[in-house]
Design a protein. Structure first.
Length: 270
């Protein structure tokens, strides 16, 4: 078998977690990452028939039965992932209609997956119904998007339009816009269910006064999605207190639709 630490999915997960920490998106043990893996790539490095232990998940997800996920651990610091991936990451396979997970590798200190595991799995299930290629769920705390939720209307259309107007590439990168949840208690099935419902119509879901959830086909796409929205929020926070003399108009946003062959969310542009 191949060394699991040399597997491409592991290398990318470690690089991404480190990059997220270096960006200031995942302070302390804030944030979490999960990636759906193919059974074949798991079997190249592990024997799925010999689980280390079984962990209750606290939710039901029959549509994810038998699926494999690489997931960050609860209470783990992103800055340590690169130094001890076998402690800070784990590979699990869901069973019993998603109510349990066999740990196949990782969490060697006796830990388990992130407390946001139910929210991640619910979002995975929702996005896979929309796009079977969406294999990554990323949760982090980008400072400018978080700050924006304190000073901007949380209406999804208004929030999206502001981000689109801050940077020309935004409507190209996330034409479906950004969905927004009011403050909710984290680590619960309730916020997981609410996030999953929002994931049905957008790949970005802002948790007010907390952070953001992003979904994508791989780690690069998902990171870039959040990175773009965060850059737009940074621009907004720098100019929000100033009179706006110029902006990107709806007519110009329509030109971007035509140029890049994308379609903005219905009803969001005049």
């Amino acid at each position: 078998m191949k060394n699991i630490l040399s597997a491409s999915f592991m290398i990318e997960m470690i690089r991404t977690a480190t990059n997220m920490y270096n960006r200031g998106w995942d302070e302390r043990n804030g944030g979490n990452l999960s990636m759906l893996l193919e059974e074949q790539e798991v079997r190249e490095t592990l024997n799925p028939e010999k689980p280390v232990r079984t962990i209750p998940t606290g939710f039901t997800a029959p549509e994810l039965e038998g699926k494999y996920f690489l997931v960050t651990g609860t209470g783990k610091y992103f800055k340590n992932v690169q130094y001890a991936p076998e402690v800070n990451l784990g590979i699990v396979r869901l069973k019993d209609r998603g109510r349990q997970a066999d740990l196949l590798w990782g969490y060697e200190d006796g830990g388990q997956f992130t407390s946001e595991f139910p929210a991640h799995m619910m979002s995975h299930a929702a996005r896979l119904q929309v796009n079977a290629e969406n294999r990554v769920i990323m949760h982090c705390h980008p400072a400018n998007l978080l700050a924006m939720t304190f000073v901007h209307d949380l209406d999804e259309k208004a929030f999206t339009r502001t981000l689109w107007q801050m940077c020309t590439e935004c409507i190209v990168v996330f034409p479906e816009g950004v969905n927004v949840l009011p403050w909710m208690l984290c680590g619960t099935n309730e916020i997981g269910e609410a996030t999953a419902e929002k994931m049905r119509t957008a790949r970005l879901v802002v948790w007010s006064h907390h952070g953001i959830y992003g979904a994508g086909k791989d780690l690069d796409e998902t990171f870039g999605l959040i990175e773009t929205a965060e850059k737009a929020a940074e621009i907004y926070m720098k100019i929000a207190h100033l009179p706006r003399i110029n902006t990107i108009t709806d007519a110009q946003l329509h030109l971007l639709e035509k140029r890049f062959g994308i379609r903005a969310r219905e009803g969001y542009l005049d």
